[in-house]
Design a binder for this molecule. Structure first.
Ligand code: ADP
Length: 257
């Protein structure tokens, strides 16, 4: 029997992600830390094809999503990030009714109905606070990688309050806490809470109904996830490989063609 291979590509603001499905099942994935307008999308495609062990000509359909989706040549079409995240979440969590996606430069909250269709959403794409960018800026100031923040926050004993919501002022605040020799782990816990407060405000505007699922790169940081659970008083399920949710949704759309 001929197998059906399809590709989903999510050209994000900071990261390019690809997934190949073979007969509807995930065969391979790739994440490259360069986004729209860079070599990232082409590298992610080359990497996922190599991992899958197939040639480009074997892909029957490609759907692009993400910030740079309109510039993705060779695609069969493109879909918004919102519909892709919703489809991917509903595929893995049929009982999901709310999705929080925190990416590199925006945060989105989507409400799904019992058929997995998006019925409402709210979004912050105007301000870096409450997005991955905020985490990236803070990690740089603390001389850490974003992947190290969760472990640092877990060691906090006396969380520092970050009072500024603006990323630029919050950065100044963190610098002054460091200068005053405040414990770095306590500062990290404050940063996690700051993002959580911001995103919780957005989520409350959309209305939060369980089951609540998180997608997007920031969900890799369990410190932010737990802080958000505390702010909302609702348990959160995290998508497996949350950064790949958009690419998975795009691949699922491609598989329907
Ligand atoms: P986009 O699609 O806009 O490029 P992503 O959903 O890929 O965004 O999320 C990117 C963000 O995820 C980065 O800004 C970063 O803050 C965060 N991130 C990426 N990798 C990790 C990691 N290993 N641990 C924690 N956070 C991460």
């Amino acid at each position: 029997m001929e197998h059906k291979f399809v590709l989903g590509i999510d050209v994000g603001s900071t990261t390019s992600k690809c997934i190949i499905l073979k007969d509807g099942q995930v065969l391979a994935s790739a994440v490259v830390a360069h986004g729209a307008g860079t070599s990232g999308p082409a590298r992610a495609k080359a990497e996922v094809l190599e991992k899958a062990g197939i040639a480009p000509g074997q892909i029957s359909h490609t759907i692009a999503t993400g910030y740079g989706r309109n510039h993705e040549e060779g695609s069969s079409g493109n879909k918004s990030e919102l519909t892709c995240h919703a489809l991917a979440v509903a595929h893995l969590f049929p009982n999901a009714r709310t999705v929080i996606d925190i990416g590199g430069q925006d945060a989105k909250v989507m409400r799904l109905n019992d058929k997995g269709r998006m019925v409402n959403f709210v979004m912050n794409d105007k301000c870096a606070a409450g997005t991955g960018r905020f985490m990236d800026v803070m990690a740089r100031v603390l001389e850490m990688r974003v992947s190290q923040l969760e472990a640092a926050g877990n060691l906090a004993t006396n969380r520092v309050d970050i009072s500024s919501t603006c990323t630029v002022f919050a950065e100044t605040e963190v610098v002054s806490h460091l200068a005053n020799a405040r414990n770095v782990n306590d500062i990290v816990a404050g940063i996690h809470r700051s993002v959580a407060v911001r995103v919780a405000g957005l989520a409350k505007r959309a209305g939060v109904e369980p089951q609540l699922v998180m997608s997007g790169g920031v969900a890799l940081n369990g410190g932010v996830v737990h802080a958000l659970e505390n702010e909302l008083g609702v348990a959160i399920q995290v998508m497996p490989q949350p950064q790949l949710a958009g690419a998975l949704g795009a691949a699922l759309f491609a598989n329907q063609l």
